[in-house]
Design a protein around this ligand. Structure first.
Ligand SMILES: [Zn+2]
Length: 271
């Protein structure tokens, strides 16, 4: 269920959501950094981590401040990580994409909350190789809170709940069994507990059918990520960013991809 908007209003709202997303991206980067540094996530002003210079309002404008400052602190010229810039840009684009796909609706709000948590998961897992349980729990709460507004009727709610619980059991349970088998075969921890819980939570959102696409996309993204980003580094690579990206991809365009695939399959079989 979404409220129909005239084309101009749609474009206007997409731009507003891009700006909102860019601000949210800035907040997520800052919150993730503070979480990793074991500082209070919500309190305190933003500072340069090197010289402690408190950032002015102008230095806090998402995307643009990084460009104007040419990626360096105004006070001590130490580099500001380029990922701040990219997270802000990516979050802005994601917010606009969610709005353009799901319109002025509760589903949009639901996915904006979920995607924000997933971006934090990706950043924190990249830095610490751990996924905070709080973020996975947050996703589960969002699913339950939006169950009725997303479904729109009691019948649809029951269907969505059934499919979601099945998705959580199959993809959470499936990855748990797989990780135990792989741990046993390789004699070391392969998939972390955080990854398994994250798959379970995301199974709620994807349900049974789209969940398969999420798992497949996660494996491909994980492989590409392991090959490119961690090239030359012997450290283990975190799987969370790949899962987060794949889940967002699945929820945004999964339905279309599955339909296209089935159509192709049908064409090949019955031509
Ligand atoms: Zn500084």
């Amino acid at each position: 269920m979404s409220i129909d908007m005239p084309f101009g209003a749609d474009v206007y709202l997409a731009v507003i959501l891009f700006c909102l997303g860019a601000c949210m991206g800035s907040f997520i980067t800052c919150a993730a950094d503070r979480y990793v540094a074991k500082e209070s996530v919500l309190h305190g002003r933003s500072k340069c981590p090197v010289c402690g210079h408190t950032l002015s309002a102008l230095e806090l404008i998402p995307i643009f401040s990084w460009l104007f400052l040419k990626g360096r602190c105004k006070n001590c010229a130490s580099p500001i990580p380029v990922r701040c810039f990219f997270t802000e840009l990516l979050t802005g684009l994601l917010y606009a994409a969610v709005y353009l796909k799901f319109g002025f609706s509760f589903v949009t709000l639901e996915y904006l909350l979920l995607f924000s948590a997933l971006l934090a998961v990706a950043l924190i897992d990249y830095d610490t190789m751990e996924i905070p349980d709080g973020l996975t729990l947050f996703g589960m709460i969002v699913f339950l809170l939006f169950l009725y507004p997303h479904s729109g009727s009691v019948g649809a709610l029951t269907e969505r709940l059934k499919d979601g619980v099945l998705g959580a059991l199959v993809y959470g349970g499936g990855t748990l069994i797989l990780s135990l088998l792989m741990d046993f075969a390789l004699g070391k921890e392969t998939l972390g507990g955080g990854d398994v819980k994250l798959f379970g939570m995301l199974g709620l959102f994807t349900g049974l059918k789209s969940g398969l696409l999420m798992i497949l996309a996660s494996c491909i993204a994980g492989l590409l990520f392991a090959l490119s980003v961690r090239k030359g580094r012997k450290k283990e690579f975190p799987f969370g960013p790949a899962i987060a990206v794949s889940a967002m991809f699945t929820l945004l365009v999964g339905q279309e991809i599955i339909e296209l695939y089935l159509e192709l399959f049908h064409l090949i079989l019955f031509q």
